[in-house]
Design a protein around this ligand. Sequence first.
Ligand code: NAD
Length: 335
Amino acid sequence: MNNINETINKVNNKLKIGIIGLGRIGQVHLAALKTLKDVDVVAISDISPDLIKKTVEEYQIPNFYTDYRLLLHQKDIDAVWICSPTTYHFTQVKEALDNNKFVFCEKPLDAELSKIETLINSYSDLSLRLMVGFNRRFDPDFATVKKRLQEIGKPVIIKITSRDPFPPSAEYSRQSGGIYNDMSIHDLDMARFISGSEVEEVIAIGSKNYTEDIDTTLITLKFKNGIICNIDNSRKASYGYDQRLEVLGHDGMISAENKKITNVQFYSDSNIQSSVLEPFFLERYKQSYIEEAKEFITAIKEKKEFPSTANDALQASILANACGQSLEKKQMIFL
Ligand SMILES: NC(=O)c1ccc[n+]([C@@H]2O[C@H](COP(=O)([O-])OP(=O)(O)OC[C@H]3O[C@@H](n4cnc5c(N)ncnc54)[C@H](O)[C@@H]3O)[C@@H](O)[C@H]2O)c1
C-alpha cells in the first residue's frame, strides 16, 4: 500500500469514511460513526435509490452512489465500511484494498474458506488494513468478562446462549450462508476470544422449527487448552433477544446476563415484574458498534494490528463449516 503513511497522517485530522450497504447493519454503523468526533462519513452506496435518498436526507451525506465502485474510486476516502450482503464481501473487500482503502467488513468475511485464504495470502499487511466486524468482542459486558477472567482461576466451561427474537426473511437466509455462517459465527468467535485457544473437536446437532433451514442448534467445542464450550442458538425466542455468556473456573464463575429495556422491577405480595429484554441486536449491541469503530480508528492511528482480523474470520468460518459437517455426518469433527 503506497499511501498508508499519508493516510495515517491524515487520520490525525479526520478519517474520511464511505459506507457500502445501507440495510439493517449499515444504518447501525452509520449512526455509530456519526457519534465520533474524529471521523467524517463522506459517501454512501446502496443498490436501492430510495434507501440512498432517505439516508442522505437524514444524515446530509455529500456523495452517494448506486454503484459501489464509484465510492471505492473516490480519492479522498481513507476507509470503507462494507455492510452489503455476505455474498459481496470478498469482491468488495478486495477492490477496496486494491484502491488503497482501510477496510472494515461485516462478518462473515465469506462463506467459502478458500476466498478468505486468498485474501490472507494476497496482502502481507492485511491485519493492518482489514478489520472484521465481530462486534460482540467490544460489548462492554463481554469485554469485562474477558478482562476479569483470571479472577475465576483456570476456566473449564464456557456457556453461550444466543437466540434471535424472530427468524430472518427467506431472502436474507438465502444470501447469509445458513445458521452456522450467519449466526453461530458470532458465538464461535466469542468462544475463541474468551478461551484464548483454538478448537480441536466440534460437534453440532440441529433442527428445523420455524423455517426451511436449520434454525435451532446446539454446538459443543473442545479447545486445545482443555476448555469445553456449549453454544445454544435459536433463530426464534418469543420473549426477545436472549444473549448470555457464562464462564466456570476453578475458583469461581463469571457471567454476563441479558440486557433489559429498563432495570426497574415491581414487587407485590403476589408477583415480581421486571422489564422485557432489549428487542434485537440494534438495541442490545448499540454500544459495541461504537466501541468497535473507536478500536478501528485507534489501530490506524497507532499503526497496530486490528483487534479482529481476517485470520479471526478464517478460524470462525472453519468452525462454522465444521458445525455444518458434524450436523450432516452426525459425527464429531476433529480439526
Ligand atoms: N455484526 C452484526 O451484528 C451484524 C448484524 C446483522 C448483519 N450483519 C452482517 O451484515 C451484512 C448485511 O446484513 P444486513 O442485515 O444489514 O442485510 P440487509 O439486507 O438489511 O442490508 C444489505 C444492504 O445492502 C444493499 N446491497 C445489496 N447489494 C449491494 C451492492 N452490490 N452494493 C451496495 N449495496 C448493496 C441492499 O440493498 C441492502 O440495503 C451481512 O453480511 C450480515 O452477516 C452483521
